[in-house]
Design a protein around this ligand. Structure first.
Ligand code: CMC
Length: 379
């Protein structure tokens, strides 16, 4: 191995890109988007404004925000061919498989798919963000045998997603709750799916390929799929009385508990801090206290067992209770994460292309050398 190289399993101690989108201090539990702390954004911003911030590295004026929202929302209606495609999917397909395929298929209906100019990439980014809610809702309606509803370009993305999904206007509180979740998940440094997207775009492939990579990477239970894992765990436990026994067994078996631990945070994930309070309120408002109380008990057992190792709840832990309280199906949780992270993924791809260099690390070969080829009749 050349002297300059060193092996870093999981790239845990490697800085592989520069970014000005988001900053994380894992020791202090800080997350900022373009210097603004996540708590201020969750309390005061909207997903659309946060997307503007991540892309342009500043907050918009009110005129700029209205123009941005108008342009973004105008891209929301899906090409008709996409709806025909959705109707071909097996109803039993897991939604993340459907979403990954649909995000990739959007390229087939975009004449600019291979135009890598900055202007075309921004338009494609808008299409990807604006159309993802409709793709998720369309597949969910299809699998439930319900008519697919078209996007309403006059509505915000969170509200319109819930309308397209449920076939009824959500309350303002529900739409705002989802909007807050979208803000909290919009970007997070060089997480695995963002890294995947940057690797793909750095080959000078295209935005849709990069987003298909990202959705596929997010799906894993060690990444975005953990929120579904948390909900499965809560369902499996069933009641507050069963939490202690369940957790005793998990800890004795040294099983990983979904929704805990993080590669970067060794303190409380600031998104989880916000979501915990938020989940409590929404769970009470919607009669889902049981889920919240179970989550709190799990957290307290984990705190005693593993906080000394720097393992705390991450963003996925309380987002599970929040999504369940919003009435969302368990297997849509990671899709909603993707809907939000699309803002960060696209922003990172545009950033990567500005001063691009192919991302191509090395592997340390651990196999044999000089092996003689044995012809097939002698094996
Ligand atoms: N439950 C119990 N123990 C844990 C957990 C957990 N969730 N996470 C880490 N540990 C222990 C692990 O067993 C190991 O212990 P030891 O040193 O005694 O062997 C130590 O902590 C270090 O763990 P690691 O897996 O080597 O850490 P990592 O940085 O490679 O992995 C992680 C980070 C997020 C993959 C891991 O914490 C995990 O698997 N968590 C559960 C899945 C999860 O919630 N993922 C969502 C991450 S946040 C949202 C996102 O970015 O997608």
């Amino acid at each position: 191995m050349p002297a300059a190289l060193h092996f870093d399993k999981g790239l845990a101690n490697t800085i592989a890109a520069e970014t000005s989108l988001s900053f994380i201090d894992g020791e202090k539990g800080v997350l900022e988007y373009v210097g603004i702390d996540i708590d201020s954004l969750a309390r005061q911003s909207t997903f659309e404004e946060t997307t503007f911030l991540l892309w342009r590295r500043r907050l918009p004026t009110s005129g700029e925000l209205s123009a941005f929202e108008r342009e973004l929302h105008a891209h929301a209606p899906l090409p008709h061919g996409m709806l025909d495609l959705v109707r071909l999917f097996p109803r039993s397909a897991p939604p993340m498989h459907a979403l990954r395929t649909l995000v990739s298929a959007l390229a087939l209906f975009d004449a600019e798919a291979d135009d890598s100019s900055p202007a075309a990439n921004e338009r494609k980014s808008m299409r990807l963000i604006a159309r993802t809610p409709g793709l998720i809702a369309a597949f969910d309606r299809h699998r439930k045998g319900k008519p697919i509803l078209e996007a309403d370009p006059s509505a915000g993305l969170a509200r319109d997603f819930l309308r397209m999904l449920n076939g009824a206007e959500p309350t303002a509180a529900m739409a705002q709750a989802l909007d807050v979740c979208l803000i909290l998940h919009a970007d997070h440094g060089l997480n695995a799916s963002t890294f995947g997207a940057r690797v793909t775009i750095a080959t000078l492939s295209d935005m849709y390929s990069a987003m298909a990579t990202a959705v596929g990477t997010l799906k894993g239970p060690l990444h975005g799929g953990a929120n579904e894992g948390v909900m499965q765990m809560l369902e499996e436990i069933g009641s507050i009385d069963a939490v202690d026994g369940y957790m005793r067994e998990k800890l004795a078996n040294k099983d990983k508990v979904m929704g805990f631990g993080h590669r970067v945070y060794k303190a409380y994930d600031p998104r989880a801090t916000y979501l915990k309070t938020f989940a409590e309120k929404i769970a009470r408002d919607t009669g889902n206290e049981r889920l919240f109380e179970m989550s709190k008990r799990i957290e307290s057992i984990m705190h005693e067992a593993v906080a000394a190792k720097g393992i705390y709840p991450n963003v996925d832990f309380y987002s599970a209770t929040t999504y369940a309280s919003l009435g969302l199906d368990l297997d849509l949780f990671t899709c909603i994460f993707a809907m939000s992270r699309m803002a960060g993924w696209t922003g990172h791809c545009i950033e990567q292309l500005d001063g691009n260099r192919l991302i191509r690390p090395h592997a340390e070969y651990t196999g044999p050398h000089g092996v003689a080829y044995t012809t097939i009749d002698r094996r």
